[in-house]
Write a protein that binds this ligand. Structure first.
Ligand SMILES: Cc1cc2nc3c(=O)[nH]c(=O)nc-3n(C[C@H](O)[C@H](O)[C@H](O)COP(=O)(O)OP(=O)(O)OC[C@H]3O[C@@H](n4cnc5c(N)ncnc54)[C@H](O)[C@@H]3O)c2cc1C
Length: 326
């Protein structure tokens, strides 16, 4: 059994950690974020009408593979996620709405981060720890942190961060894996968060849009376990977000609010903000579940291996752990 460091405590890193700990390995997770979630984070917004919990990244997930279906059942049983009963539609280029259909969509109860938090339960995680380099030698790796401290030694290091950040960490040691990560392209996403003092009469709780600035909008207070005032998350489309990538967040928030106004009569928001995801959704995944150099004890996983979905992040982390345990 070995000591393993995992850089990144999003769902892929948490999944790899769970499996490795269950098999008897000693695992330490390091994440630069302030709390659990990664791109499944929940943003808390305080308003005069109460607190709002926004899923400003991932909105929901579906479950198709047997292992992930089992996992979702376990999270559901533990109260970490639940099916979203909201009325969801797709809106075409002519503005016509039709039911979205498809598989059951699950959300974290009280926020998407509940799922990652549940998955990290019992694990050794250090938040606020940004890893800037992997140093040392095989079987005695050290992590260099942004405050110049080090952590280690570890026999293995697994990297479970977005592709763009993976390349720099793995590059000095496994150039082939760095080249795979560098070839991955991700779309950005501007997310606006708006709170109102009365319900909006949209006729839906969530909508996927074919054209225009918005690709997705949803009533956060229709999701499982959300209390508080009327709150809408507005996602800019990949093209729109790219065009406005460097615009000030107040300007972006107002533009996305104006786009929402095409679908409902809006009162003035009581809170309005925006968050920029520079690397939101994978456009060109590698196509294999993980990368691993057995000799060096260095591996990589994350949604960028398989595709832009929570289920793929889970499967990638699980596949890397399975390969190490094989
Ligand atoms: C706007 C948006 C909407 C989305 N919508 C959906 C959706 O509706 N359905 C769906 O299935 N998926 C959706 N996704 C995709 C989904 O969120 C991801 O596929 C999934 O969360 C990826 O998990 P991960 O563990 O691979 O990466 P992440 O969640 O990004 O986790 C990586 C972690 O690494 C940490 N980290 C990064 N660099 C370092 C470093 N140097 N040192 C230490 N820690 C580091 C980060 O803080 C983060 O916690 C969406 C994503 C976004 C951004």
């Amino acid at each position: 059994m070995s000591s393993i460091a995992i850089i990144g405590a999003g769902l892929s890193g948490a999944t790899a950690a769970q499996k490795l700990v269950a098999a008897g390995h000693t695992v330490s997770l390091f994440d630069k974020g302030r709390g659990p979630g990664g791109r499944m984070s929940t943003r808390l917004v305080e308003t005069a009408l109460g607190q709002v919990r926004f899923d400003h990244g991932a909105q929901f997930f579906t479950a198709r593979s047997p292992a992930f279906i089992d996992q979702v059942q376990a999270w559901t049983g533990a109260g970490a996620c639940a099916p979203w009963a909201g009325h969801l539609v797709k809106i075409d280029a002519d503005g016509k709405a039709a039911p979205l259909g498809g598989d059951t969509r699950y959300c974290g109860v009280g926020g998407m981060s509940s799922v990652v938090k549940a998955h990290l339960a019992g694990l050794n995680v250090t938040f606020g720890a940004q890893v800037t380099a992997i140093e040392g030698a095989p079987k005695a790796w050290q992590l260099r942190l942004s405050d110049d401290a080090t952590a280690g030694p570890f026999e293995r290091v697994l990297i479970a961060v977005p592709a763009e950040q993976t390349a720099a960490l793995i590059g000095p040691w496994v150039p082939d894996l760095a080249a795979e990560a560098e070839a991955v392209k991700s779309a950005p996403c501007w997310a606006a968060m708006a709170v109102f003092d009365r319900p909006l009469e949209t006729g839906f709780d969530g909508a996927r849009l074919e054209t225009g600035p918005l690709s997705w909008m949803a009533r956060e207070n229709s999701k499982p376990g959300r209390a508080g005032p009327e709150a809408w998350i507005l996602h800019g489309s990949p093209d729109w977000s790219r065009t406005h990538l460097e615009a000030p967040q107040e300007v972006v928030a107002q533009m996305l609010l104006d786009a929402l106004a095409r679908h409902a009569d809006l009162p003035a928001p009581i809170a309005l903000s925006a968050h920029r995801w520079r690397y939101a959704q994978i456009e060109t995944p590698v196509g294999t579940g993980f990368g691993l150099s057995e000799d060096l004890g260095l591996g990589v996983c994350g949604d960028w291996r398989l595709g832009p979905r929570i289920e793929f992040a889970y499967r990638s982390g699980a596949a890397l752990a399975d390969a190490i345990m094989a």
